[in-house]
Design a protein. Structure first.
Lengths: 112, 113
């Protein structure tokens, strides 16, 4: 069974204080790992897809990296508007099911 | 390009009633999935439809059902509502039937009293 564990559950940062969020996963074969951002009262917003170990993707202050067992979402010099819950999900290449498994998310608060 | 649209945004129902939620996917997306999100359980998969056929189903009771129309729009129905059904119900669409990211709507907040 696919498993996704995100840590920490909650993270408080000061504006400008860089940090990383972790997503550890267990799958039979990784087809893709997705990162999403979710604001309160809204649906998750797609950020990145990573397909293979060593791959990196960047968007503004966010950079996602992938190894064979985990992914990191690095936030450089965050701003208060980066406050949100960040979700990761993995898609297994085996079994024929295309349903991604989601982690519980990391709630990020950035203080001005 | 318009995103995924869900209606209504908020619903308040009484135990025992039934409810129907609606989802319009992104134009050209043929796959529509439904998720339930609660603080305690996170995002839980309900079902996925592709070209009007249910392709996958999550571990929810038969009170939860759905369908997809020929224009890819989808509805989900919950009958005999229970207090525990209170949640944010999210619809997501994706471009192909397989390995592409989900694009979510803003959900329907269902409160059962």
């Amino acid at each position: 069974e696919d498993q996704v564990t995100q840590s920490p559950e909650a993270l408080r940062l000061q504006e400008g204080e860089s940090s990383s969020l972790n997503c550890s996963y267990t799958v039979s074969g990784l087809r893709g790992l997705f990162w999403y951002r979710q604001d309160p009262g809204k649906g998750p917003e797609f950020l990145f897809t990573l397909y293979s170990a060593g791959e990196e993707k960047e968007k503004e202050r966010l950079k996602a990296t992938l190894t064979k067992k985990e992914s990191f979402l690095h936030i450089t010099a965050p701003k208060p508007e980066d406050s949100a819950t960040y979700l990761c999900a993995v898609q297994d290449s085996s079994g024929g099911s295309y349903i991604p498994t989601f982690g519980r998310g990391t709630s990020l608060i950035v203080h001005p | 390009k318009a995103g995924v649209t869900q209606t209504p945004r908020y619903l308040i129902k009484t135990r025992g009633q039934q409810v129907t939620l609606s989802c319009s996917p992104i134009s050209g997306h043929r796959s529509v999935s439904w998720y339930q999100q609660t603080p305690g359980q996170g995002l839980q998969f309900l079902f996925e439809y592709f070209s009007e056929t249910q392709r996958n189903k999550g571990n929810f009771p038969g009170r939860f059902s759905g369908r997809q129309f020929s224009n890819s729009r989808s509805e989900m129905n919950v009958s005999t509502l229970e207090l525990g059904d209170s949640a944010l119900y999210l619809c997501a669409s994706r471009q192909t039937g397989g390995f592409s990211p989900l694009h979510f709507g803003n959900g329907t907040r269902l409160t059962v009293t």
